[in-house]
Design a protein around this ligand. Structure first.
Ligand SMILES: Nc1ncnc2c1ncn2[C@@H]1O[C@H](COP(=O)(O)OP(=O)(O)OP(=O)(O)O)[C@@H](O)[C@H]1O
Length: 251
């Protein structure tokens, strides 16, 4: 049963997702229900093929469920058309990928600026947001560096700045430390903790790495498309976390 707490950012109710492959229908997610609080750092773990990326993509509005509903920040995204979803994603979700997906010919500044080019905004405001985002991830001194001139950890910082630059309430990260050495991975995880704790971002991270999951506030485990654990920490977190409001990072 869902609490309907005002502190909930993401509410997933009775979610089903299946794919058709040839003559076969594959049920990937089966009656999944969960909530994610505003400002929470949540890890999703589970064996390969258990449906983690499928769930992340649905919550981020990259795909539509077969059944059930998904509400993010009060908007029922599971009822949106593809074009509505695309518009919603641009403003409300930041994406962080395992292999960064930075454009090699652009500088760090230009890579971070890209999502803002899709939004109506003055050049001056755009500049302010790009500089703030790069400052938040500690890369103010690398504005003109291209990805090839940066370490893996620094490239992922640029990836996080790009995810942050539109000031989305929700950031989804699919194996964000999967390609990093343990020291760089720790720095990225620390940065994600800070984004949740200090600027109230909500991060959902898919990971295979228990060490990475440990750095989150809560871990949910998927197995064959079902949640196998919604532990006491979940209920305690929802009950005890005081309501938070959206915090504007860029003014
Ligand atoms: N577009 C698609 N078409 C058909 N089947 C798909 C599609 N996307 C995912 N699947 C299937 O759904 C199941 C779950 O995939 P998903 O990528 O969500 O798992 P995962 O837990 O993220 O796995 P991994 O840890 O290996 O990334 C798999 O059996 C996969 O083959």
């Amino acid at each position: 049963m869902l609490s309907g707490s005002p502190n909930t950012l993401v509410r997933v109710q009775d979610l089903y997702k299946s794919f058709v492959r040839g003559n076969e229908e594959i049920q990937v997610l089966k009656k999944l229900t969960l909530e994610v609080a505003r400002g929470e750092f949540l890890a999703l773990m589970g064996p390969s093929g258990s449906g983690k990326t499928t769930l992340l993509n649905l919550i981020a509005g990259l795909d539509q469920p077969t059944g059930g509903s998904i509400t993010v920040d009060g908007e029922v995204i599971s009822e949106m058309s593809e074009s509505q979803l695309a518009r919603w994603r641009t403003r409300n979700v930041g994406f962080v990928f395992q292999f960064y997906y930075l454009l090699p010919v652009l500088t760090a500044y230009e890579n971070v600026e890209l999502p803002l080019l899709l939004l109506p905004m003055s050049k001056e405001q755009r500049r302010k947001q790009v500089l703030t985002a790069l400052d938040l991830v500690g890369l103010s001194s690398r504005l003109t560096h291209r990805p090839g001139m940066l370490s893996g950890g620094q490239q992922q910082r640029v990836g996080i700045a790009r995810a942050m630059v539109t000031d989305p309430a929700l950031i989804v990260a699919d194996e964000p430390t999967g390609d990093l050495d343990s020291k760089s991975a720790d720095e990225i995880l620390k940065l994600m903790q800070i984004l949740c704790e200090q600027v109230n971002k909500t991060i959902i991270m898919v990971t295979h790495d228990p060490h990475a999951a440990e750095k989150s506030q809560r871990t949910l485990h998927l197995d064959k498309g079902r949640l196998v654990e919604d532990d006491d920490r979940t209920r305690a977190y929802m009950r005890e976390t005081p309501p938070k409001t959206n915090q504007e990072v860029f003014t």
